[in-house]
Design a protein around this ligand. Structure first.
Ligand code: 2IT
Length: 445
């Protein structure tokens, strides 16, 4: 496999798609040794076939705001790879969403879904719609208009979307209501649904909980415990909320959360009231964390800065891609951070990953650490297919088992000669093998 040539081709074919190229570069650089040792992959041109999405839908979304003005947005669904199961992956609504964003996410999703142990292919979709400052009514109208086109391309055994940034339980409700009406069926084609209408218990918590289980496994492997550790978390949305909740429950002290406006430093750590307030902040549609410092005495708001400047044992990126760069990584290393867990998809720049690994910091890539979210989505699909509802204990046990299996696979394929566990390499190789072998068995089609 000629990594340079494949990357040059990807770059030439996808001009200006820097995020997609970043995601592909990381995977190719870390799987190349394994691919060279196993010539069957080159014989079947697997890598070249994997970097090309199966298909991409782009559509216009027209809707009316509360003032009666016509609005036009762009909608997308990238169906990346369905070798091991129906396309599966979230929908992102944010003003900076482009095709590049969704191609990088769809590519990552293919490897992540393979790691979960469940039969799910990779896909991603979304829109440049900006939920900030919109009324609930406007969000409903947008979701309905978006689904009136998307429903043509999805199905419970074809492509199963879910939430991502800007798409939570409320949006899934509006989207599912419209799908159900248009398709004349109630088959659970979206995941992240409400518990009363087909959703799985623990799906809202799953990404954050799974990431903390993964952190626990990494610490255990290195002879440490999460109890008593300080944790900085970025973001304040669904993923940050779940991570803060589980880390606190396990005896860690979460001292930071953040938003686009800056970060909150709360030396006393999170408690139930503070964690619940994160949900209120998100529901307000304002996308700021500053009010947290007004509400809770002792919490300090630091404007315009990222939480990575705060000293802690564990850092968890739970906001957005490339939110932790090389300089941030150097700061974390200087502050003696033990473990960095990328929870957002591609939360760290390539520079940051390089710095952290060079300094032998324990580092988890997002596609391993955040796989619990889509993992429990997969469990929601199973429950929908058998028309049953599992208990929280059952779902949590399966989530634990998935994260444990992902950790074991990372150790198996990522342990280097000096004993350092390269979790990035481990996750990419393990994710690759299942998809690649399936593609070979399925033939050229
Ligand atoms: O990035 C992700 O894995 C998600 N946004 C969740 C996808 C899903 O289908 O639950």
């Amino acid at each position: 496999m000629d990594v340079k040539k494949i990357l040059a081709d990807v770059k030439a074919k996808n001009p200006g798609q820097d995020l997609f190229l970043q995601a592909v570069t990381e995977v190719l650089e870390t799987i190349q040794d394994y691919v060279k040792e196993n010539p069957k992959y080159d014989d079947h041109k697997i890598v070249e076939r994997m970097v090309e999405p199966d298909r991409i839908y782009q559509f216009k979304v027209e809707w009316m705001n509360d003032k009666g003005e016509i609005q036009i947005n762009r909608g997308y669904r990238v169906q990346f790879n369905n070798a091991i199961g129906p396309y599966k992956g979230g929908l992102r609504f944010a003003p900076n969403v482009t095709l590049d964003t969704l191609k990088f996410l769809g590519f990552e999703q293919t490897f992540k879904n393979s790691l979960t142990t469940l039969p799910m292919g990779g896909g991603k979709g979304g829109s440049d719609f900006d939920p900030k400052g919109k009324s609930d009514n406007e969000i409903m109208h947008f979701c309905q208009a978006f689904m009136s086109e998307l429903f043509k391309y999805i199905g419970p055994d074809r492509d199963v979307p879910a939430g991502d940034i800007g798409v939570g339980g409320r949006e899934i409700g509006f989207l599912y209501g419209m799908y159900k009406k248009l398709a004349s069926e109630n088959t659970g084609v979206l995941t992240g649904k409400g518990a009363g209408w087909g959703g799985s218990i623990l799906r809202p918590e799953a990404t954050g909980f799974g990431a903390v289980y993964f952190v626990e496994d990494m610490l255990k492997k290195h002879g440490m415990d999460i109890k008593g550790k300080t944790v900085t978390v970025s973001g304040f949305g669904n993923v940050a909320w779940g991570a803060a909740k589980k880390a606190t429950e396990l005896g860690a002290k979460v001292i930071c959360i953040s938003g686009p406006d800056g970060y909150i430093l709360d030396e006393a750590g999170m408690n139930d009231a503070k964690i619940d307030y994160m949900l209120e902040l998100r529901a307000s549609n304002n996308n700021v964390v500053k009010p947290f410092a007004t509400k809770f005495k002792g919490a300090k708001f630091v404007a315009g800065k990222k939480p990575w400047e705060v000293k802690s044992d564990i850092a968890m990126s739970c906001a957005i891609q490339n939110e932790l760069n090389g300089d941030d990584a150097k700061m974390l290393i200087k502050n003696g951070t033990t473990l960095v867990c990328e929870v957002s998809n591609m939360g760290c720049t390539a520079d940051a990953v390089h710095e952290l690994q060079k300094a032998k910091v324990i580092f988890a890539p997002g596609k391993a650490a955040n796989a619990g979210g889509v993992g429990v989505s997969g469990l929601e699909m199973s429950q929908n297919a058998e028309h049953l509802h599992w208990t929280a204990a059952e779902v949590d046990e399966r989530l634990h088992a998935m994260m444990k299996s992902i950790h074991e696979n990372c150790v198996k394929y990522g342990t280097e000669k000096d004993g350092y566990i390269n979790y990035v390499k481990g996750a990419n190789v393990a994710g690759f093998i299942k998809v690649a072998d399936s593609m070979i068995e399925l033939g050229v089609c």
